[in-house]
Design a protein around this ligand. Sequence first.
Ligand code: ADP
Length: 265
Amino acid sequence: MQTKLQKDIDEMKENIKQIKHKIVILSGKGGVGKSTVAANLALAFAKKFPNKVGIADLDFSGPNIPKILGVENERISSKKGDKYEPVEGPLGLKIISMAFFLDSKTTPVIWRGPLKIKALQQFLTDFAWGDLEFLIFDMPPGTGDEAISIMQLIPEMEGVVIVTTPQEVSLLDTGKSLVMSRKMDRPILGIIENMSTFKCPTCETESPIFGTGGGAQMAKEFSTELIGQIPIDPMIRIQEDKGISEAFEYFNPIVKVLLAKFNKK
Ligand code: ADP
C-alpha cells in the first residue's frame, strides 16, 4: 500500500514535472551573497528565457529574495484552478517566498525544521509553476539539518552552485557544503566567488578586500570548477536595497557556462 508520504512526494513530482532544470544555490555560511547570487542568476536566466524561469526562496528565516527583486509588497492571492499563482517579478520571473505570507516585513519566521519542510513541499505542490526552463532554489545558509533535509526533498535536482567569498573562513564552510552535496549524491555545477575584488570607482585601483584566489583554490581542491567571480560593487547593494537589481549583467557569463553544462545555448 502506498504511504501518505509517498503519495505526497508523487503529487509534488507530478506538479513540477514540466520544470526542466532545477538548480540549488548553497553557501557554507551566511552573508556571502547567496541570495544576491540566486536572484541575479535567476534574472540573467530570465533575460534569456523570459517567463520561463522561477525562483523559490527557501531561506525561510531570512526571506530576502522578494526585496532584492522589488516585489516585497506583493502577496499570494490569485489561483489557477486549485493551484496558487507565484508572484510575477521582473522579466516574468515566478517567485515564491515566505515573505509573501508574512503580516509585516519585520515578522520573524520562528519555525522548526519539519514546518519548513512542509512549506517547501507546499511551494512545490500547491503552486502553478507551469513549464519552466529553470527553477532556482535559494537555500538556507549553512550545512545544518535544515539545509540537508531541504536538499533531500527537492526531487530530480540537477545540481548545486556554491557561493563563497575568497575569505578563509568562508572557504572552510564552503568545503563543508561541497562535502555535504557530494555525500548526498548531488552534482556540483561549480563555485561562484562573490565579493572577489573591489575596483575603486575614482582611481580604478583594484583591492582584493576578502583576499584572492580562494575560489579557484577551493575548486581545484574539490575537483570542481570556478564558474564565476563577482566583484564588490556598491551598486549591487544599493540596487538591492531599492529592489531594482541590474547587477545580473555580471551573471551573463555564468549563465553561459551553466547552459553549456546542460547542452543548451
Ligand atoms: P546571504 O544570502 O549569503 O546571506 P546576501 O545576498 O543577503 O547574502 O548579501 C549580503 C549583503 O551583501 C547584502 O546587503 C547584499 O546587497 C550585499 N552584497 C552581496 N554581494 C555583493 C557584491 N558583490 N557587491 C556589493 N554588495 C554585495
